[in-house]
Design a protein around this ligand. Structure first.
Ligand code: FCB
Length: 786
């Protein structure tokens, strides 16, 4: 069998960035960065600062040849300028030494978005001085590491840093000005040029930059890139390509901005910041261009469309959603886009060496007792490696491939909910566990190639897809039923043989009774429970997408419980999803005794073996409470929802624990789930303690009720009393002032539930999943107390 192989000397590795993994944000004199100020998430990340050696060992075991990390600017220059902080540099020196001892080539990125806050306060990237400071910083880092680091990258994805940081404000520092975004982009380019000069002057071996590059196409071109475009669509595609890609490529590699971009920049604040000689400085010869590729940009002309703030000048262009598979991030999976990017670069810049410096995917991982079987991530990487190989075969000079990323980490504004790692991180314990994708990647590295047949464990679905029949048909053939035609039987058996499918005992006993129907059992949704409604909607569409029919059943009376249990006993459903089983009833237990695979949304009141999907309620409540404490609030009342709900019990426990750590005692008021009861509880808290200065509510509807009641009582929010809620992100975004709340990942819960159930149907061992929550800080808590 011919194995697709990569060129000799092809470099395999992973990329990370300082802010996303290091933690230890005030250790050894590090100053704050713009992300420390902007981020709503706790900053420990993966605590890599203290676990560096373990992480290097992990990479060595996985066979990495290169590791691209970023240096944290505020560790080296805590105040942005002055003398470098030796302790900050020590950390990277030790890291580099350990990498070299492990046989891993260190690739250092100098700017991966963590600008020292001190420089932001002096103007940030819209100020030209920041570019000069960057060159000094580059020289200081080289001074310490230059004898050991051979490959340097100046800036990472300046488009993101400039246009999300200063344009749309979705990233730090959160400014929203098109003019500042263009100025920032120019100054990042200038910073790249000045730093490249400084590094070269100091004798750096290889210097490059890293750009996020996406092919731009219309929806119709996604499946057929060669397709002709109308004049309007061609113009839209060209304009977005200039903004996203050529704005950076052409100054760096040709010494000029794309001609059609100049009037756009001119219209947004002018061109005064582009000085004579800048473009010559920017266009330093490059040894290597790093390409980060995740997904294409899909657009079409649409005259009525207003500009997207991340793409100032994009008026009349619609950013389209396309009906392709997506990652959990919602990014369309289009491996062919990588071939397009690499092909184009090698056509336009034939002498330039390229490296894929980031590529990878966020999927919801299900942690089971026997590992993390992240087959989607394996397929994603494998498909992109095949796409890379096609470009190499056409002559593209691609020198290596670095997966984004080694560890699950702090994904910028999205917090900890995103899972891009080859290695799973349990953020409560910092335990690292390689996922299947890590072990698979290790084998790819060893072979310097892929295998002909994807190594995925074939499932009933794969067999069905290969044979072009339904799962039920495959079951019937596998179980020797006579009702299948000879032709179909032959093709199913061929697929079984080709794929090496082995039906396991559990699946086998199940498949004989397949109905391809799943019962979705709903405990009575409480009023205002938007969350459950959303989860139901997502779970339904995911299971339907997997070919299941859904029977919705309401568990509202003793009689209905009996009917539901009978339904399961009679095997009228292959599996049951019960949501939410918070109340201390026996339905979950009775269903689990029927032997029908069962999964729960939310941790059950009574501990059992039934796997569930939950969110970290205690952690979320603790984060909200700690946030209030950090704002100087000391008399914090909590409004609890119904105490028979496990989620409420956990939120209370998290709140108590945080208060306890601060040496404070809880002040509680009970409510149900409605706004009116939240208002009543807030009035009670005020009566109990007139100097109340903050309220944490176990639900956002309760918090909204409290907002109203506090205002009626003449209290200002947040000046007098700060308010934080939990879990209804939509409702919380609509209040005045905006409500600080704990966001729970709705789609991820649904996806995890659906996957948990599907794994159980395959007879695989499964364990419960607890997803992280995220504090979203808004104005209702923003003022601090002295
Ligand atoms: C890239 C960033 C990296 C990470 C991935 C998902 O844009 O460089 O830090 O956020 O996306």
């Amino acid at each position: 069998m011919k194995v697709p192989r990569f060129p000799d000397g092809f470099v395999w590795g992973v990329s990370t960035s300082a802010f996303q993994i290091e933690g230890a944000t005030s250790a050894d004199g590090r100053g704050p960065s713009i992300w420390d100020v902007f981020s709503a998430d706790r900053a420990e990340a993966c605590d890599h600062y203290h676990r560096r050696s373990e992480d290097v060992r992990l990479m060595r075991e996985l066979g990495m040849a290169a590791y691209r990390f970023s240096v944290s600017w505020p560790r080296v220059f805590p105040d942005g300028s002055g003398k470098p902080n030796p302790a900050g540099l020590d950390f990277y020196e030790r890291l580099v030494d350990e990498l070299l001892a492990a046989g891993i080539a260190p690739y250092a990125t100098l700017y991966h978005w963590d600008l020292p806050q001190a420089l932001e306060e002096r103007g940030g990237w819209p100020s030209r001085d920041t570019a000069r400071r960057f060159a000094d910083y580059a020289a200081a880092v080289h001074d310490r590491l230059g004898d050991r680091v051979g490959t340097w990258f100046t800036v990472n994805e300046p488009w993101v840093a400039a246009f999300l940081g200063y344009g749309s404000g979705v990233h730090a520092p959160g400014r929203k000005s098109a003019a500042e975004a263009f100025r920032s982009a120019h100054h990042m380019l200038l910073a790249h040029g000045l730093a490249t000069q400084a590094l070269r002057a100091a004798g750096a071996a290889k210097v490059g930059a890293v750009l996020n590059l996406s092919p731009v196409m219309t929806p119709a071109q996604v499946g057929d890139f060669g397709r002709e475009l109308s004049e309007e669509d061609a113009e839209a595609v060209g304009r977005i390509d200039a903004l996203a890609n050529r704005q950076f490529l052409e100054p760096m590699l040709r010494g000029a901005y794309p001609a059609e971009l100049l009037p756009v920049i001119e219209r947004h604040g002018g061109l005064g910041h582009v000085r004579d000689g800048d473009l010559d400085t920017i266009a330093q010869p490059l040894d290597l261009l790093g390409v980060n590729y995740y997904t294409p940009l899909v657009v079409q002309a649409q005259p009525s469309e207003a500009a997207d703030p991340a793409f100032p000048g994009s008026d009349g262009v619609l950013f389209c959603t396309i009906p392709t598979a997506v990652t959990a991030m919602g990014w369309p999976i289009v491996p062919g886009g990588l071939t397009l990017v690499l092909r184009r670069l090698s056509e336009e810049y034939p002498d330039l060496d390229l490296m894929v410096t980031e590529n990878g995917a966020d999927f919801v991982d299900v942690v089971t007792g026997d590992g993390i079987h992240d087959v989607e991530r394996i397929s994603f990487i494998e498909d992109h490696l095949r796409a890379l190989l096609s470009a190499v075969r056409e002559g593209a000079r691609v020198r290596g491939y670095l997966v984004w990323t080694l560890l699950d980490n702090l994904e910028w504004s999205d917090g900890y909910q995103r899972k891009f790692g080859l290695v799973h991180v349990d953020f409560a314990t910092q335990r690292r566990r390689p996922k299947d994708s890590a072990l698979w990647y290790r084998d790819v590295i060893r072979r310097n190639g892929l295998t002909e047949t994807p190594p995925r464990r074939p499932t009933l679905e794969t067999v069905a897809a290969r044979a072009g029949v339904s799962r039920a048909t495959v079951s019937r053939v596998v179980n020797g039923e006579a009702s299948v035609s000879a032709d179909v039987r032959t093709s199913v058996l061929r697929a079984v043989k080709e794929l090496g499918y082995v039906p396991n005992a559990a699946a086998r006993s199940l498949v004989t009774r397949r109905t391809d129907t799943i019962a979705l059992v709903l405990s009575v949704p409480r009023q205002g429970d938007a969350l459950t409604a959303a989860v139901v909607q997502y779970v339904t569409s995911m299971l339907e997408g997997a070919g299941k029919q859904i029977t919705l059943m309401l568990a509202d009376t003793a009689e209905s419980h009996r009917r539901i249990v009978q339904h399961a006993e009679a095997r009228l459903a292959d599996g049951v999803v019960l949501l939410p089983p918070d109340r201390a009833d026996t339905l979950a237990e009775r269903l689990s005794r029927t032997g029908v695979p069962l999964v729960l949304l939310g941790k059950p009141a009574v501990a059992s073996m039934v796997p569930y999907v939950d969110v970290d309620n205690a952690g979320g409540a603790a984060a909200a409470t700690e946030h209030l404490l950090a704002r100087g609030r000391r008399r914090i009342g909590m409004i609890c929802g119904p105490m028979d709900l496990v989620a409420v019990q956990d939120r209370l426990a998290g709140h108590r624990a945080a208060l306890h750590r601060a040496g404070l005692r809880p002040l509680l008021a009970l409510a149900d789930v409605t706004r009116a009861s939240g208002a009543a509880a807030a009035r009670q808290l005020l009566a109990d303690d007139p100097s109340l200065d903050a309220v944490f509510a176990a639900g956002d509807q309760l918090a909204i009720g409290a907002l109203h009641a506090l205002r009626e009582a003449g209290r200002r929010v947040p000046e007098d009393v700060a308010v934080a809620g939990f879990d209804d992100i939509d409702a919380a975004s609509a209040t005045t002032p905006g409500l600080t709340t704990v966001r729970v990942p709705v789609a991820d819960q649904a996806l995890a539930l659906a996957r948990l159930l599907l794994s159980r149907l395959e007879g695989r061992h499964t364990t419960s999943v607890v997803l992280p929550t995220r504090l979203v800080v808004r104005d209702s808590t923003s003022a601090s107390r002295p």
